[in-house]
Design a protein. Structure first.
Length: 723
């Protein structure tokens, strides 16, 4: 599948980066002990010692990085025993026309407002939270003791699904709670949430609420409420999990003789122990779905070169290991949720497997890298499997027939983008599971959901362009919701989209290494843009075409500005596709202020059209010809602890900016007239987990009356001045 080119050899005393701007005498000398550490870290198994430069195959064909995403929308009650089952263990894709409005814990319609933003003389801000749209990211879900209800919880509250009725009930927390485990009282009177805050001193938080009053209750011990479930904290390999009948025990370890290949460098060995009359049964789990290959977690660098590095171990696959287990009540089967052991984004790779405890046979596997499993549970009678997906979908399967009996989609993945569209009548929200949602700006109602994260908005009319993984483009008229054009633009996933300044042309870039333009009204192909070749590494003889990952049409010009592979900036003529100029970036020997063995290229670029400039890692260049014009310098009015403003009131008097360091998790309100900090406020957030749930984006409505704040935890908070 891949070709292995060459290996770089470390000297015991020095590493020489052959940058074009570096003389042969300029070497980076590393102390002996650091050299030994470097050699130890990068020591490869014999079969992988040359695997440091990987060239891609045919760049014109589509390559699937992860299994195809499937997810479920809408809410379906649990059918009676006479219902016809659907023989599938895969989340079913449901037409977006059947998606129901997301349940709003703060109501639907927004209250009346009382004029624009105001700052009191004492510096206080007259904004009131009037709504929360979105229930957050689901963290845990369980059957209740009777099996007729499912409880699914996020950091903002829990949803109670009655499996015999259509309408679930939302219960908001008094304040956000980030938790790791949820336990429900067998009488369903109390619900408790716990998290281990300090693994060294075993400090935990433990919050219990009365399910009827939703008030916090002290002195509740929930440790015995959810027997049979075990979470491997820090993925301990010494824990043995006993079955409910005491006749079996489950444990895991890495196999002694490792495979030694890049694709499968380690192997997980699962052990099922039995009574003394039988020997323990150990088997090796070598399924391909438990190995996260390098290109599963890192995008390829360019068309001809997938990736490069001095340390070959970094290209090895990573293996999923047991994170959570639970036995069926009769102990005949055990469910094992596998996650990544070392990555901080472990939840991004969750695979659920069900095993026969007598022989270790795999009975089913559920979840993909595109939509991993977050949590699971078995019904008290052992007949049903509850699965929770990263996208927020919740599903119940019959374990005997594999029929899907129930599905709901009220939660969502963490949010990453918020944009006002169609003159403020809608909000476009993008999540980390690869979905785009359109919400009605007056009440947060879900208008539609699309399985992609690539989009562009027309600057002259209410058109939304979407680019999909299979290379197709869809153009939607937002005023009617109808698709005006849908066509096959590329033969691989689409990386970028942009409309021309006049809205007549749509430009797309793709993993198939092409950039093309299209007529917006007819969908007709116009022309291709010239390819840009780069020789990014002196150590690699092979040049490569770049991926154009970001596209921007510069208003008032014929320029199409692109940021692509290896920090390459390209200016094309949008009307002809010819190249106007190219800016090539040099690899850096430091990354995040530390020396790095692998070269890193600039990762930050932003354009300031009103200044006729764009920046590459704080180096300012002229948009017209790409020439260097200076460096970024902090403005006098920049406030320490507040980042650059991202929203400004229509009158220009106030701006909003995200806080950092001392103001982490807060939103700064800056008075532009005095260049001073006028006020700060904190959206609803778990204070102990600011990095998880800090605001990531906020926008003002066109009239300046409503502030929308996007939270990492998967919710939009709505503020208005009600004075």
């Amino acid at each position: 599948m891949f070709k292995f080119k060459k290996a770089s050899i470390f000297s015991a005393s020095a590493i020489n980066f052959k940058n074009k701007n570096r003389t042969p005498q300029q070497k980076i000398i590393i102390p002996a002990f650091l050299s030994l550490i470097a050699l130890a870290v990068c020591l490869l198994p014999k079969s992988a010692q040359a695997n440091v430069v990987i060239l891609s195959g045919d760049a014109t064909t589509s390559a699937t990085l992860r299994p195809t995403r499937t997810a479920t929308a809408a809410f379906t009650p649990l059918p009676t025993e006479t219902s016809s089952p659907v023989p599938s263990m895969t989340p079913t894709a449901v037409s977006t026309a059947s998606i129901q409005i997301t349940y709003q814990p703060a109501g639907t319609a927004l209250p009346n407002f009382a004029g624009p933003l105001q700052i009191d003389a004492d510096g206080s801000l007259n904004l009131v939270q009037v709504a929360q749209w979105g229930l957050g990211t689901v963290l845990q879900a369980q059957f209740t003791q009777g099996g007729s209800h499912i409880v699914a919880a996020s950091q903002y509250g829990w949803m109670d699904y009655d499996l015999t009725q259509n309408q679930p009930v939302w219960n908001a927390f008094p304040e956000p709670i980030h938790f790791e485990t949820m336990n429900i009282d067998p009488s369903e009177k109390y619900i408790c949430f716990s998290a281990q805050q300090d693994y060294i001193f075993a400090e935990t938080i433990h919050v219990c609420l009365d399910t009827r009053t939703r008030k916090i209750v002290e002195g509740i011990d929930s440790s015995l409420w959810n027997q049979g479930t075990t979470i491997f904290r820090d993925y301990q390999k010494t824990v043995r999990v006993l079955s409910p009948d005491g006749r079996h025990a489950f444990s895991w370890e890495y196999a002694d003789d490792q495979g030694g290949s890049v694709e499968k460098p380690r192997i997980v060995e699962l052990e099922f122990a039995f009574p003394v009359s039988r020997q323990p049964s150990a088997f090796r789990e070598t399924g391909d779905d438990l190995y996260v290959q390098y290109l599963d977690r890192v995008a390829p660098e360019g068309c001809e070169i997938d990736f490069f590095g001095y340390c070959g171990n970094s290209f090895e696959s990573l293996i999923l290991v047991p994170y959570k287990t639970k036995y069926l009540p009769d102990s005949t089967e055990i469910g094992v949720l596998f996650r990544m052991e070392i990555l901080p984004t472990a939840v991004d790779y969750g695979i659920l497997k069900l095993y026969d405890t007598n022989f270790g046979n795999t009975l089913l596997s559920l979840g993909t890298f595109d939509d991993p499993i977050v949590d699971f549970d078995f019904s008290p009678d052992g007949k049903h499997l509850l699965s929770v997906f990263y996208s927020g979908a919740i599903q119940v399967y019959d374990l005997e027939s594999h029929a899907q009996l129930f599905h709901a989609w009220d939660f969502n993945a963490p949010y990453s983008k918020l944009v006002s569209v169609d003159e403020g009548s809608m909000l476009l929200v993008r999540d980390l599971a690869g979905y785009i949602k359109l919400l009605r700006a007056t009440d947060g109602a879900l208008i539609n959901r699309y399985p992609t994260s690539i989009y562009a908005l027309s600057p002259v009319e209410p058109l939304l362009a979407l680019g999909y993984e299979n290379g197709t483009i869809q153009i939607i008229d937002l005023s009617s919701g109808k698709t005006t054009q849908s066509f096959q633009a590329h033969n691989a996933r689409i990386y970028g989209l942009t409309f021309s300044a006049d809205g007549r042309t749509l430009v797309s870039s793709s993993k198939d290494c092409t950039v093309k333009s299209w007529n917006v009204q007819t969908g007709a192909y116009l022309h291709i843009f010239s390819s840009i070749w780069v020789k990014p590494y002196d150590e690699v003889d092979t040049p490569s075409r770049i991926f154009a990952r970001n596209l921007t049409a510069v208003a008032g010009t014929n320029q199409l500005l692109s940021y692509g592979s290896w920090g390459t900036i390209v200016s094309w003529n949008i009307e002809t596709g010819s190249t106007q100029y190219v800016v090539y970036s040099q690899p850096e020997e430091e990354f995040t202020d530390q020396f790095t063995f692998d070269p890193h290229f600039p990762t930050t670029i932003w354009a300031v059209p009103q200044e006729n400039s764009f920046y590459i890692d704080f180096l300012r260049r002229d948009i017209t010809d790409g020439s260097i014009t200076g460096v970024y310098t902090a403005k006098v009015e920049d406030i320490i602890g507040c980042s650059s403003a991202t929203a400004t009131t229509p009158d220009g008097n106030f701006s909003f900016a995200a806080g950092y360091d001392r103001f982490q998790g807060e939103i700064c309100v800056i008075d532009n007239r005095s260049h001073a900090l006028a006020a700060r406020f904190i959206p609803p957030v778990d204070i102990e987990n600011l990095q998880l749930y800090s605001p990531v984006k906020f926008i003002l409505s066109p009239d300046g009356e409503t502030l929308f704040v996007l939270n990492r935890g998967g919710a939009v908070f709505v503020y208005r001045n009600l004075n």
